[in-house]
Write a protein that binds this ligand. Structure first.
Ligand SMILES: C[S@@+](CC[C@H](N)C(=O)[O-])C[C@H]1O[C@@H](n2cnc3c(N)ncnc32)[C@H](O)[C@@H]1O
Length: 213
């Protein structure tokens, strides 16, 4: 499915049917996708790259453009409709087909990836603010485990989204959002190597880039 409009329609359908895991009305825009792919293909060394929650492949498109000739790409996606679309694109879309022999779609939650998997670059599109504090902590622990020494994790969150959600939410959601803020702050503290603001996106977003000790 190469047509952007059809992908937007699929994304919106999944937003309505699976709001909790989809977490956005539209796929990431070009600028946000490019910021998320900042550390792909930078070293001149072979990279194992993991994209978490690729959805309809908006960020994947930026990633595949930057992959080196021997880099490998794993796409871990729990939604079967998105996983099927990604498989189709790897078979038929020229940009994706160019890396198809070195890419695979893993249809499961990222928390279930093999214990011994390690990646030099991880790009995550997960809607963390939709999850429970316990899930966010588990996902952050998973990403920590999956990142190879010296590797880089890039992920985004919409600017001021927790504050905006808190304004229209009851006490239990506000408590959950404070817990997520706390978990993310502890994760980023001393580990964030760069933060990009992407204003031209629906919605504007921060991209956090993290290297762990
Ligand atoms: C906000 S969308 C981002 C999609 C795409 N990366 C983009 O930026 O347009 C979140 C994606 O994460 C996927 N997802 C949610 N929880 C997941 C999990 N635990 N493991 C893998 N994928 C997950 C959803 O199915 C969805 O495709």
């Amino acid at each position: 499915m190469g047509r952007p409009l059809a992908k937007h329609r699929l994304f919106f359908r999944e937003f309505r049917q699976n709001y909790h895991t989809t977490g956005a009305i539209l796929p990431s825009g070009r600028r946000l996708s490019a910021a998320l792919a900042r550390y792909v293909g930078r070293d001149g060394q072979v990279q194992r790259v993991l994209e978490v929650g690729p959805g309809t492949g908006a960020v994947t498109r930026s990633i595949v453009k930057k992959l080196g000739p021997e880099d490998r790409l794993d796409l871990v996606e729990l939604n079967p409709s998105f996983a099927a679309l990604l498989r189709k694109d790897l078979a038929a879309d020229p940009a994706f087909r160019a890396v198809a022999a070195r890419a695979r779609v893993i249809e499961k939650p990222v928390e279930q990836l093999a214990d011994d998997a390690r990646y030099d670059v991880i790009v995550s599109g997960l809607p963390l603010n939709n999850f429970s504090v316990e899930s966010v902590e588990q996902i952050l622990a998973t990403l920590r485990r999956l990142l190879a020494p010296g590797g880089t994790l890039s992920f985004f969150e919409y600017i001021a989204i927790r504050r905006m959600k808190a304004l229209v939410s009851g006490p239990s959601t506000r408590k959950r959002l404070r817990g997520i803020a706390h978990a993310l702050d502890s994760f980023l503290d001393g580990n964030e190597i760069r933060r990009d603001a992407v204003w031209l996106n629906v919605l504007p977003a921060w991209v956090h880039h993290v290297r762990l000790p």
